[in-house]
Unconditional design. Sequence first.
Length: 239
Amino acid sequence: MTIADIITVARQLSNSDATAYPAITAPSTINILGININVAIETLVSKIIQVCRNFPHDDENFGNIAEGTIALEEGISKYTITDKFLDIREIKVKDSSGYFHIVKPRTQKESEAILETLEAETGLPTHYRIIGRTLFLSPAPTASAVTLTAGLKFFYTRTSYQITYADFSAGSLVPGIASPWHITIAKMAALPFCKTYKKDQVAQLQLDIQTEIEDMLIFYANRQKDRDNRIIPKVENCR
């Protein structure tokens, strides 16, 4: 379903029209239906992110990979990540020969040494910690061990693509979740209108939405079946 289709279905489900339930108006204003569609998509994506394991979710409408780079500085361990993210998935640093190395997360609970002391040392970073959008590397990078220019690469989890006025106006954009649940977006967008003006339709919409979300989460939790999620316990010789 395209955004135009979702708008049509949302109005049909709520017995409304473009006057009663507008998605956009000029000049470049996203109205309540458009807002509710964006909220519905973001709500669904937030639930999807929580259950994705082997196959992290990302909205293809962004048109790029959820990654960024940071220019490193000699002897500096503290950096700010300017990209908007929900979670950091992976961090790598490029050594002085141009090869990437994985940097592992670490908290104070996982180290007997004081992290600030480790971060004052220099070399090829092996660990990181994050406070808000601030990243601390340990040891701090040094030019003899690390490529400083765009020497750090990070991959992150981000929320859904926010549909713009231009997208609503064109109507051809397709939401970045699996197509069987595009109808769920329409139902979630219709629900707020029905709660005010069509209360007799609320219960059925809520039931449909709940059932469809449950099915959606099962689908996303089981993607990439070629990966084994089982935990195989170590068998001890008890004899």
